[in-house]
Write a protein that binds this ligand. Structure first.
Ligand code: ATP
Ligand code: MG
Length: 234
């Protein structure tokens, strides 16, 4: 499925917050339709990398190119318009908006509309008139992903979508994300603590430790060598 020209190029990226450097000389590529598991212990810089891709922290060096153009002078809003969708680690719900209002506020035409989203998340169809503050954690996470899809992104950044959810909801969300990656061919970067589950649905993996890559390659070998995975992540 991969094409020769990557849609995302990150080269020697240094980034952080003000003077504080979190990401140190980080490089990776992503082809259109590829999926990347972004793994590592707490505080190693996973969310920081997604913030860098969205232009929400301090760029300190290196390149970020999206569809062959530098993103460095492109603001967050324009990055979204160029097709980069982000589901932050914190789920921002508006207590006084219904599920349906959450989904339609920033929709753009494309593969995903209300009908196809409700097919992907039947639970949200049942809850379409519920307010944001009347949803379970799992339902809120579904709204967060659905809302990002309604903008019809070309690249979806997911920051710990399964964090704090009951095992049955984790399975439900995992199946949805697997479908997005494997059937819809969406380009995805997914941060997760559930490393094995994530590796089982992604092609590529990038493991960070203190802002540097300690593994970058296919997901399969990491799954096949639990001792190696354990050493890198736990
Ligand atoms: P977790 O698995 O806990 O979500 P993470 O890998 O996503 O961790 P980051 O949130 O990227 O880690 O944090 C990396 C480092 O950057 C940490 O040392 C953190 O304290 C620091 N950091 C995060 N956000 C800020 C901020 N807004 N200002 C300053 N430092 C920050
Ligand atoms: Mg994080």
């Amino acid at each position: 499925m991969s094409k020769s020209k990557p849609c995302l190029v990150v080269d020697s990226l240094c980034a952080g917050y003000g003077e504080s450097r979190i990401l140190d000389q980080l490089s990776f590529n992503l082809d259109e339709g590829q999926s990347l598991a972004l793994l590592g212990r707490n505080g190693v810089g996973k969310s920081t990398l997604l913030l860098s891709l969205m232009g929400l922290n301090t760029h300190q060096g290196g390149r970020i190119e999206w569809q062959s153009k530098s993103l460095l002078k492109v603001d967050t809003h324009q990055r979204a318009a160029l097709g980069i969708g982000w589901v932050p680690q914190e789920r921002y719900m508006f207590p006084s908006l219904t599920v349906e209002e959450h989904l339609t506020v920033i929709a753009r035409p494309g593969r995903w509309d209300l009908a196809s989203i409700y097919q992907l998340f039947p639970r949200l169809k049942e809850r379409q008139q519920n307010m944001g503050n009347q949803l379970s954690g799992g339902e809120q996470q579904m709204v967060a992903i659905a809302r990002a899809l309604m903008v019809n992104p070309k690249l979806l950044l997911l920051d710990e979508p399964m964090e704090g959810l009951a095992p049955i909801i984790v399975q439900e969300l995992l199946a949805v994300i697997k479908r997005l990656i494997q059937e819809e061919g969406l380009t995805v970067i997914m941060v997760e603590q559930h490393a094995r589950m994530t590796l089982s649905i992604t092609e590529q993996a990038l493991v960070l430790d203190r802002g540097q890559a300690v593994y970058y390659g296919s997901s399969a070998p990491l799954l096949a060598e639990p001792d190696n995975l354990e050493r890198l992540i736990f």
